[in-house]
Design a binder for this molecule. Structure first.
Ligand SMILES: *Cc1c(COP(=O)(O)O)cnc(C)c1O
Length: 397
């Protein structure tokens, strides 16, 4: 038994492709071709060259000595924050734009929450001279002004979405609507391991460069190619999927995921999908969804705009259900504290999303010789105002 996708696009009972009739052909074309394209020498050559010279890979595996001393284990940080555009998202958009090109598409659409995926998409569209339309909730446009300006500067059209909570879920709905109207010429670059098959598998494969590098880097540093623990935050699940991909079926490696607890799983202000979700369908995939008794999808909340999604990738729903992964909700205040801690111990300001993974360190009991690899999915530049606001608020109390 494997935890990777099966031939029908499922991870256990989760996944599949639940799409409207009009998108059937687009999705089927992608299902039939993505592996052929990704296995071709032309794709591999161009993708790996771009990852090296444009994205700046391999990202370092950094031994964090002061953090290690604090938690009593050997903690390594996988530094996705050092990538071009500041997060792991670019690994995926670089691959998908090449796939779009192979399929003969010339118009790109994307959804974005915090704006990181929007910027990563607009970046590769500039690079490849493709038209780029990014759907973004009006609430997020206000919260993430700099990323909106970056996307415009890169030549993308940013479309404000005013339905629902005006955040990521609503932006995704609108992107799917656009795709339905332009199935012939448009390619939809999804930003995480979500959506209909083959997106979760395709995005996981494109992000799997993270664990491919970890294997080589651990041999250099520890003399063995596997850690005892892998840790990552989960929004839709792409940085986590990339971190665990080459270890997913290796029982020696414990997988620890951090989801956004928000103000607490016992409040309505949370995005802890594994803790609170029930099986449903969201954006073309069967997975855990935070929903009310009538099956209406609820609004998710997190201090981190990259994690406030009421669903989760089907890969992770299955890992949680089969108990292959331990999943901890990490609340806003725990994540903020963990972000400050890394900043003061190691001189690294992490993205608020990544700070959730750091916030899970204190929930585990390590042995001194345990090797832990934790992925810092992005840098904190975009989150400085939120960090400062919490710092000042707590001083006032
Ligand atoms: C988007 C984002 C996430 C959440 O997305 P995943 O698909 O779960 O990885 C996490 N960290 C950063 C820095 C992000 O930009």
């Amino acid at each position: 038994m494997s935890y990777l996708v099966d031939n029908d696009g499922y991870y256990g009972e989760f996944g599949g492709a639940y799409v409207p009739e009009i998108l059937h052909k687009c999705v089927k074309d992608l299902q039939d071709n993505y592996l052929k394209i990704m296995d071709s020498p032309a794709f591999k050559n161009e993708y790996y060259n771009l990852l090296k010279d444009y994205v700046g890979r391999p990202s370092p595996l950094y031994y964090a000595s002061r953090l290690s001393a604090k938690y009593g284990a050997k903690i390594y940080l996988k530094r996705e924050d050092l990538n071009h555009t500041g997060a792991h998202k670019i690994n995926n958009t670089t691959g998908q734009i090449l796939i779009a090109k192979s399929l003969g598409k010339h118009r790109i659409i994307a959804e974005t929450g915090a704006g990181q995926h929007g910027v990563a998409t607009a970046t590769v569209c500039a690079l490849m001279n493709m038209e780029c339309v990014v759907y973004m909730g009006a609430t997020d446009i206000k919260r993430q002004h700099i990323n909106v300006e970056k996307m415009k500067m890169l030549g993308a059209t940013v479309v404000p979405v005013t339905s629902g909570n005006m955040t990521l879920k609503d932006a995704t709905n609108e992107a799917i609507r656009d795709w339905c109207c332009h199935p012939e010429d448009t390619y939809y670059i999804i930003g995480s391991t979500v959506g209909p098959h083959p997106y979760p598998d395709m995005v996981a494969r494109l992000q799997s460069v993270i664990s491919k590098e970890i294997k080589v880097q651990l041999v250099e540093k520890e003399g063995r190619d596997y850690p005892d623990y892998l840790m990552a935050c989960v929004g839709g699940g792409s940085n986590a999927a990339g971190t665990i991909y080459h270890y997913i079926d290796d029982p020696r490696v414990k997988i620890v995921l951090a989801e956004a607890g928000g103000k607490g799983v016992d409040t309505p202000y949370t995005a802890a999908t594994i803790a609170l979700g029930r099986t449903g369908i969201i954006h073309g995939s069967k997975t855990y969804v935070i929903q009310n008794e009538d099956g209406q999808i609820e609004e998710a909340y997190s201090v981190s705009a990259g994690l406030d999604y009421p669903g989760i990738g089907p890969i992770h729903a299955n890992l949680a259900k089969k108990k292959r992964a331990m999943v901890f909700p990490v609340n806003d205040d725990e994540a903020i504290a963990a972000g400050y801690e890394l900043t003061r111990l190691e001189g690294i300001i992490p993205a608020l999303e990544s700070a959730h993974a750091l916030g899970a360190l204190g929930k585990l009991h390590f042995r001194p010789d345990d090797v832990v690899v934790l992925t810092v999915s992005g840098r904190g530049d975009k989150d400085i105002e939120t960090y400062l606001k919490y710092f000042n608020d707590s001083k006032e109390k």
